[in-house]
Design a protein around this ligand. Structure first.
Ligand code: ADP
Ligand code: MG
Length: 586
């Protein structure tokens, strides 16, 4: 009695068939999926000449009887479904009975297989799609399928194959992707008598991800897990600084099947909105587990796409879990800042070169060089938090010194950063003062000798209106007599503030009146901006290395660290890549 049957005609009409074996990787994918469907836990793949010459897959799965082995090469012969209803309850990778006949049509196939309970195995030779020989053999249990003479009878397709190295990399991509779907399966890949890749059995997804993606990526992944209306999401998402320039590092699985899916991608990308610049994509390995009745896998010839019955729940589940993870405190990764004088000045960064946001075109025009770079780092007003910020501030930096007592020079392993000390300090103070406006009053710096300021009489009324704002940010001002102010304390952020200049600047901003609530709100921001500008270290003032490093550290905490409150850049970044390009090394 065989479990493999040829599907009835009415059922074959309902199948989105038509998968084309277009390259060695397609063969690897199909054979690997068959082995997994057969319950294999140990799979060995051999690729000769990148899979262009021959491919073999050996598994320890359930094997096939003689009758099954013969039937398996018939079109629409499958053991996985038998009725139309089964199409809505698919738990296997395959279900169309297409793969083996399609492979046999373009190559020579030899299959040796033995179920565990049979004393002997069987070998089937198939050429040009036809079984040419079947005989009994001694064989270990499981199945071995060897494919050679690939595309020999389809020269047009053979011509389209790329180099062995490229085809092999496609195969390995497929294999590692499937490996992320099934952690508890050992997969080994060989070629030219050597082992190319061994993926050991993992006991959970985390171990598998660690193995497949490596430690550098893995240590910047955060696990997420959750459920909504019976739909389960589990997996790992990458810190924004891991971002890539393509979706290649986004792996979605629906019931262990690798899929491309717009709903899933949209949900993921929307969760990263504000963390990544346009054109950058996160690293993510996300498994959606859902009742097979809730998802249609029969919509795409290569089964690479699926259709959810309730896409909005899937969407919101991802959005919620990923957004939550991204904003969680466990996810803030910060690099260390080392002043050059200190002993610890070997810098090692946590970010690999790939992840750096590089300009898309190579830039050799030195005139535009700086401005181009700074533009790269300037946040778009619509996206105040920017992927570059993460990359930048999570790197280890080393302070080299200062240029003109104005520009602080830092190096990272991927470039040079120049910080405008005044603009950066302004940004830091501005953010801190604004925070004080919305929270309880912070530290103040009491003046040893209170300062008195004499104002034109008509200004006194305006000052009275803004006294509460002054108080909130730690600027304690009393009115003394008709035209005099006594300043008793300044905000701790601006110990060296020239308060008289600041007050006159603020009064100038008040020229247009303070009558409406709107104007009062606006003047609060003007006040913090003016105090930040007047209180910040000036260009040309020397800073110690410790102060410079502190400034960098504090800048990394600012909400929009790349611009000062007036919108000027606080820093520019010269990437190693562009430095190399300028020296014509690239
Ligand atoms: P499908 O996977 O869609 O059923 P295939 O053409 O890939 O179609 O395979 C046909 C049938 O051959 C499968 O349904 C399965 O019963 C059997 N088969 C294929 N490969 C293996 C294997 N490695 N181990 C056991 N059975 C297999
Ligand atoms: Mg199959």
């Amino acid at each position: 009695m065989t479990r493999i049957k040829i599907l009835p005609h009415d059922l074959t009409l309902k199948i989105a068939a038509g998968e084309v074996i277009e390259k060695p990787a397609s063969i690897v994918k199909e054979l690997l999926e068959n082995s997994l469907d057969a319950g294999a836990t140990n799979i060995s793949i051999t690729l000769e000449n990148g899979g262009l010459e021959s491919i073999s897959v050996i598994d320890n799965g359930e094997g096939m009887t003689r009758q099954e082995a013969i039937l398996a090469f018939e079109r629409f012969a499958t053991s996985k479904i038998s009725r139309v209803d089964d199409l809505f309850n698919i738990n296997t990778y395959g279900f169309r009975g297409e793969a083996l006949p399609s492979i046999a049509a373009i190559a020579r196939v030899e299959m040796t297989t033995r179920p565990r309970n049979m004393p002997l195995g069987v070998r089937v030779m198939v050429e040009n799609g036809k079984i040419i020989d079947v005989w009994d053999v001694d064989a270990p249990f499981g199945t071995r399928i060897s494919v050679d003479k690939i595309f020999e009878n389809v020269p047009a397709r053979r011509k389209f194959q790329k180099s062995a190295a490229t085809e092999q990399s496609y195969c390995l991509d497929r294999i590692t992707k499937i490996a992320l779907a099934v952690p508890n399966v050992r997969i080994e890949v060989k070629g030219k008598g050597k082992t190319i890749l061994t993926i050991p059995t993992a006991y959970n997804l985390a171990d598998r991800v660690f193995f497949v993606l490596g430690p550098e990526i893995s240590k910047k992944l955060l696990e997420i897990q959750g459920e909504k209306k019976g739909i389960h999401l589990k997996g790992f998402i990458g810190h924004p600084s891991l971002s890539r320039n393509s979706t290649r590092f986004i792996h979605f699985f629906v019931n262990r099947r690798p899929v491309r899916d717009n709903i899933l991608l949209q949900a993921l990308m929307n969760s990263y909105r504000g963390y990544l610049t346009t054109g950058r994509y996160p690293v993510a390995i996300l498994h959606v587990n859902i009742s097979p009745q809730e998802v249609d896998v029969n919509v795409h010839p290569a089964k690479a796409e699926v259709r959810f019955r309730d896409p909005s729940t899937v969407y919101s589940l991802i959005l919620e879990l990923v957004s939550q993870a991204l904003s969680s405190s466990t996810f803030s990764l910060k690099g260390n800042v080392y002043p050059l004088q200190k002993e610890k000045y070997t810098t090692h960064s946590k970010i690999d070169v790939d992840s750096v946001c590089e300009p898309k075109t190579s830039y050799l025009n030195t005139e535009n060089f700086l401005s181009f770079q700074s533009l790269e780092l300037l946040p778009n007003p619509d996206t105040p938090t920017d992927m570059d910020v993460f990359t930048l501030f999570s790197s280890d930096v080393q302070y080299l010194g200062s240029l003109q007592n104005t520009y602080l020079v830092f190096t990272t392993h991927r470039g040079i950063i120049l910080v405008d000390q005044h603009a950066a300090h302004e940004r830091i103070i501005f953010d801190k003062l604004n925070k004080k406006l919305t929270s309880s009053p912070g530290m103040v710096q009491h003046l040893l000798i209170p300062e008195t300021i004499t104002l034109p009489p008509h200004c006194m009324e305006k000052i009275t209106r803004i006294l509460p704002t002054f108080e909130k940010i730690g600027l304690s001002v009393e009115i003394f007599g008709e035209n005099t102010l006594i300043v008793r304390s300044v905000p701790s952020e601006t110990p060296n503030l020239n308060i008289e200049h600041a007050i006159f600047d603020i009064l100038a901003e008040c020229e247009n009146g303070l009558e409406t609530e709107n104007r009062l709100e606006k003047i609060k921001l003007d006040i913090t901006r003016i105090l930040a500008c007047r209180g910040a270290i000036k260009a040309g003032e020397p800073m110690s290395p410790e102060e410079a490093c502190n400034l960098w550290e504090e800048l990394s905490h600012a909400r929009t660290p790349l611009t000062c409150p007036h919108g000027r850049p606080t820093l520019i970044h010269l990437s190693l890549r562009n430095i190399e390009a300028s020296f014509l090394r690239r």
